[in-house]
Ligand binder design. Structure first.
Ligand code: LLP
Length: 427
């Protein structure tokens, strides 16, 4: 990102004010080079450790054909949690053997689709699925590679709605109660399932890496018992969840340190237990796409309530960014067509939906916005487009990737007709 001589914000060599005019607003702008550099950062960090590893992009953070292609080009596997995400990854031409499927309630249709497409592995979440996947595999006369998702009883220090590793969670086999050990025995007894390892994902937007260490400590015994049962274990998948900087309050650990700590922990615990070192897999989503995404909006109406708050309304809102409404998320913003203007106070960026909680940022420090200004909201690359809704029948925004001064539309803007496309008249 840079500020041009004209005072405009530039991303990937493109003038954001021009992007807003040419492609309309709201507009998701992704810095393609930053996406690639971030993924390369993970690969480099792992290579320095000499460990066997795999970086799997958690596509739920931003699942589009172009993003899956980019991730695959950068040597990522792809994780999907639904038939729709699987369809997108396959449409992107991703090698099916490098696609992994998660989910706490995969439907039979989704499992059929996954098995018939020959995806790399299915991450089994519950006892129901052990049965269901075995049946689907039987129908296809296939042996299916699986991993077991374990709930290790770790409280990740993050928002409660995005914390998943604690005991009271809908995800995974509980470790402390012995469900995980029971699942191992069942999988070992199933001729159609080949269990290649264990998986854990403790939460999202995590800064305190202690949770990963505790997970490894807790999983090593279970892993050892899988090996003892004769399972073809090679993988310890530690999930994603690595925090990013949304505002100054966030202080993510440098990726080199994060990965070397993770690998060291795995190495020391596995060697102490006398178990062959597994391949360490991670599944970052937010940290890959979050910082590379910026949303451009057009400022519309303003409402100043002296002594209370100043509002500026934008032409999007919770429909393209529900994270304030869901998690009280915080964002930084800038008036992109006057990027050097001094912040003139606190402005609450309000969406255009019929809901008071439809805010994108509360009391953001901004140059006083004028109607028609382009407002850039930063670090919106993860879980914004992917969680977009059609509330108030707002069409989904367009998405562009920018690099070296060129913009490429990777998702077309929806039209009003698109939002009503599946409607059928009563008579
Ligand atoms: N692996 C599994 C099994 C997951 O469930 C998730 C995220 C990830 C990997 C990727 O986590 P990440 O690296 O992106 O933190 N909508 C929420 C986040 C939900 C995360 C769901 N699972 C948000 O906007 O903050």
């Amino acid at each position: 990102m840079a500020i041009g001589e004209n005072g405009h914000l530039y991303i990937g060599g493109c003038d954001t004010t021009e992007l807003a005019t040419e492609y309309g607003t709201p507009l998701f702008v992704y810095d393609e080079q930053l996406l690639r550099d971030t993924i390369r950062g993970y690969h480099n960090a792992f290579r320095k450790t000499g460990a066997s590893y795999r970086v799997t992009y958690a596509s739920k953070a931003f699942c589009t054909v172009a993003m899956c292609q980019l991730a695959a080009e950068e040597d990522c596997a792809i994780d999907v949690v639904s038939g729709g995400e699987l369809y997108t990854a396959l449409a992107a031409g991703v090698d099916p053997s490098r696609i992994y499927m998660h989910g706490n309630n995969k439907t039979e249709d989704e499992l059929e689709y996954a098995v018939s497409s020959g995806i790399g592995a299915i991450v089994v979440d519950n006892f129901n699925e052990i049965e269901l996947i075995s049946q689907v595999a039987e129908r296809h006369h296939k042996t299916v590679d699986v991993m077991l998702r374990i709930s290790p009883g770790v409280e990740a220090h993050t928002h409660e709605h995005i914390s998943t590793g604690q005991q009271d969670s809908k995800f995974g086999f509980d470790l402390a109660l012995g469900q995980a050990a029971e699942a191992l025995r069942l999988v070992a007894a199933s001729p159609r399932l080949s269990c290649i390892g264990l998986h854990v994902h403790i939460g999202s937007q995590i800064f305190d890496t202690a949770g990963f260490t505790i997970s490894v400590e807790r999983l090593v015994d279970l892993y050892a018992s899988g090996v003892k049962l004769g399972l073809p274990f090679t993988v310890l998948n530690l999930g994603g969840g690595f925090g990013i900087r949304y505002t100054d309050e966030d202080d993510p650990e440098p990726v080199d340190r994060l990965i070397s700590e993770m690998v060291d922990t795995v190495r020391s615990h596995f060697s102490a237990r006398g178990v062959t070192e597994p391949s360490v897999w991670i599944e970052p989503g937010r940290s890959v796409v979050g910082p590379a995404g910026t949303t451009l909006y057009r400022a519309g109406s303003k409402k100043e309530i002296p002594g209370v708050r100043n509002y500026v309304a934008i032409d999007g809102g919770m429909t393209d960014n529900p994270r304030f409404a869901l998690y009280g998320a915080k964002y930084e913003a800038l008036v992109a067509n006057r990027a050097t203007a001094v912040a003139g106070g606190a402005w609450t960026i309000a969406g255009k939906c019929c809901e008071s909680g439809d805010l994108v940022a509360r009391d953001a420090l901004l140059a006083e916005p004028a109607t028609g200004d382009v407002i850039a909201v930063f670090a919106t690359g993860a879980y914004n487009y992917s969680m977009a809704s059609h509330y108030n029948r707002l069409p989904h925004p367009a998405v562009v990737f920018v690099k070296d001064g060129e913009a490429k539309v990777v998702v077309e803007r929806e039209t009003w007709a698109d939002v009503a496309r599946q409607d059928r008249p009563l008579r």
